[in-house]
Write a protein of this length. Structure first.
Length: 365
């Protein structure tokens, strides 16, 4: 049997210029699609946070300053009864949105939890978010804390989230011993942090009464810490600092400079060096191209589309301002053939004649 039959090989230059769909989020820039874990000490307010999060997602209502993708929700409340869930719902909201489901009782990974979620998704195709409170209750009772055991238990959940295109959030506990690194505070081995797509740690913030810090880190999100205070009237965590809109979440000045330049210029074809001169701010040609690749979909939301070209061994870039295409597309993250075709056709229509290059450029294969 060939163990390498599912491998795909691509060269770095082609990969850099390949138009790939961006990461998907149920809460934009904060909670990505995939397997996530939320850690916190007992009674810190994890369950209140998750319940409120479920309500926001089912309603499609922004969480703090983050846009939310509306979808149906399945919340496994394995430590609670229906009466307790009802009491908490009455406190959190007076208008329970449709598409919010709760599961109570006992289940585990070994007893078919993944199949249950898979079947529920088939019956409710609009489900985008599944929360399990707590992770410990679905684990094998006899499993010892070890890297191999932790990874083996998380792997099917990670694959399930990818298969169903959902966010699967596990509520977990913290170690009793302190550690300065929030990631190391999660109970269990380091495999837990390595196997999930995003980690969240909710801890008491001693400087403010009834306040907490929420640390977030992941493969598709930037590390950040926000500070929250629980509203005693509805037990919702509310933002008490604007750290959530930190500078790193805003587009860099160089990208905004490119956007401003293209709004005025409409079309550009030339080398990266030439483009960097127009954008200004002292950024290098290489740095600008890397930034353009990194923020490709943010630029497309603003109507700026680009493609790399090569002719006579020289690389250059074609950029076009197409606000109508951005508006008609609606979701630049979609990797549909129609969207890619429209971008290709529109940008390819720009003649590419950089300095010292007389031949018309051709698309890279």
């Amino acid at each position: 049997m060939n163990n390498h039959q599912n491998l795909t090989v691509i060269d770095g230059e082609t990969l850099m210029d390949k138009r790939l769909p961006p990461a998907k989020f149920c809460v934009e820039s904060l909670i990505p699609q995939g397997l996530c874990i939320l850690g916190g000490a007992p009674k810190v307010g994890k369950s209140w946070f998750v319940l409120d999060l479920c309500v926001h997602i089912a309603r499609g209502e922004a969480l703090w300053e983050f846009p939310v993708t509306k979808g149906e929700v399945l919340y496994f409340c394995l430590e609670d009864s229906e009466r307790r869930i009802q009491e908490r719902l009455n406190i959190v909201t007076d208008d329970v949105p449709p598409g919010l489901y709760f599961a109570t009782g006992n289940t585990s990974i070994e007893s078919g939890l993944c199949d249950f979620i898979r079947k529920f998704k088939q019956e409710h195709p609009d489900v985008t978010f599944v929360a399990i409170d707590t992770f410990q209750l679905i684990r094998a009772q006899s499993s010892e804390i070890s890297y191999s055991n932790d990874y083996a238990e998380l792997q099917p959940l990670r694959l399930l989230a990818a298969e169903l295109d959902i966010t699967l959030l596990l509520v977990h506990h913290l170690r009793k011993t302190g550690d300065k690194d929030p990631v190391n505070k999660l109970s269990g081995s380091t495999a837990i942090a390595g196997a999930v797509d995003a980690i969240f740690v909710l801890e008491k913030f001693e400087r403010i009464e009834k306040a907490a810090s929420l640390y977030a880190s992941g493969r598709d999100i930037r590390d950040l810490t926000v500070y929250l205070k629980m509203n005693p009237d509805n037990c919702r965590w509310e933002l008490i600092t604007d750290s959530i809109i930190a500078p790193e979440f805003k587009l860099p000045q160089e990208v905004l400079g490119l956007y401003s330049f293209m709004k005025e210029t409409k079309t550009f074809s030339g080398t990266n060096t030439e483009l960097a001169k127009y954008v200004g701010s002292g950024i290098s040609p290489k740095g600008l191209k890397q930034m353009m690749n990194r923020y490709r979909y943010e630029l497309e939301k603003l109507g700026v589309y680009f493609q790399s070209r090569r002719s006579n061994g020289q690389k250059f870039v074609v950029v076009k301002y197409l606000p109508d295409l951005a508006e008609s597309d609606g979701d630049p993250s979609a990797s549909s053939d129609s969207t890619s075709s429209a971008v290709e056709k529109s940008v390819s229509s720009v003649p590419c004649v950089p300095e010292n290059v007389e031949e018309e450029c051709e698309d890279e294969e």
